[in-house]
Design a binder for this molecule. Structure first.
Ligand code: ADE
Length: 222
């Protein structure tokens, strides 16, 4: 998979894409990350990519030309183009699973009050990572990248670990325990030490259900 980030702040991505599993995925040749600074496509002698809104009002608006020309430079046919914005559809595991099958993903990350509306004609999806406003799309596209890349086959060493994730099953995950058996008076539930796999499976399912009911009853409605 090739992932392209149209951004004015490519340095923001270094720590996240250059660490841990996202880095390993690139080292293994499973994914390539590409930074495109759309300031390189500014027509302005001061390299400006934003301008005042027609009709007046607060804040600046991202101009269309740098984004259109940055997109033209990619020369990609088969692609998902994702505009990061708080008005987009809420990101979730289902969309992560769908995007994990794509060949090319382009994230458009703005840092302004808004995008010139014509930019939306380039876009296949508008996505938000939650009902709050970030200073820009970069953090949001990194969160999406993390959720998508870990689902691509061979990225995680233990394939099963994401099939059992919270949300993949429609429920939140059950509790986990490791050694020691008792810590500061808190004990590992006996069933997990029983060696009875059927009972363990049943306990885990019940715990998942209980957790989901308590914390996210909306998931059960779906
Ligand atoms: N840009 C600013 N806020 C955002 C959000 N919540 N999700 C995606 N992109 C954003």
């Amino acid at each position: 998979m090739d992932i392209y980030y149209l951004t004015l702040f490519p340095e923001m991505y270094k720590g996240v894409l250059g660490s841990s599993i996202l880095k390993r995925a690139e080292d293994k040749g499973i994914v390539n990350y590409h930074m495109i600074n759309f300031r390189d496509f500014s027509h302005n002698k001061h390299n400006k990519v934003d301008d005042y809104p027609y009709g007046g009002g607060a804040g600046m608006v991202l101009k269309p030309e740098p984004v259109f020309e940055a997109m033209d430079s990619l020369k990609l046919d088969n692609k998902r183009v994702i505009l990061m914005c708080p008005q987009g559809q809420p990101f979730n595991q289902k969309l992560a699973e769908e995007l994990a099958e794509e060949e090319n993903i382009v994230f458009i990350n703005g840092h302004y009050e808004g995008y010139d509306e014509r930019i939306r004609s380039l876009v296949t999806d508008e996505v938000s990572i939650g009902d709050y406003v970030l200073t820009g799309g970069e953090l949001a596209s990194m969160a999406m990248t993390d959720a998508i890349v870990r689902l691509i086959p061979d990225v995680l060493s233990n394939e099963k670990s994401h099939q059992e994730d919270s949300f993949s099953t429609g429920l939140l995950e059950h509790p986990h325990y490791t050694r020691p058996r008792e810590y500061r008076g808190m004990k590992v539930p006996d069933v997990l030490l029983s060696g009875n796999h059927k009972l363990i499976e049943e306990w885990r399912y019940e715990q998942s259900l209980k957790r989901t009911r308590e914390r996210r009853p909306d998931l059960l409605e779906d």
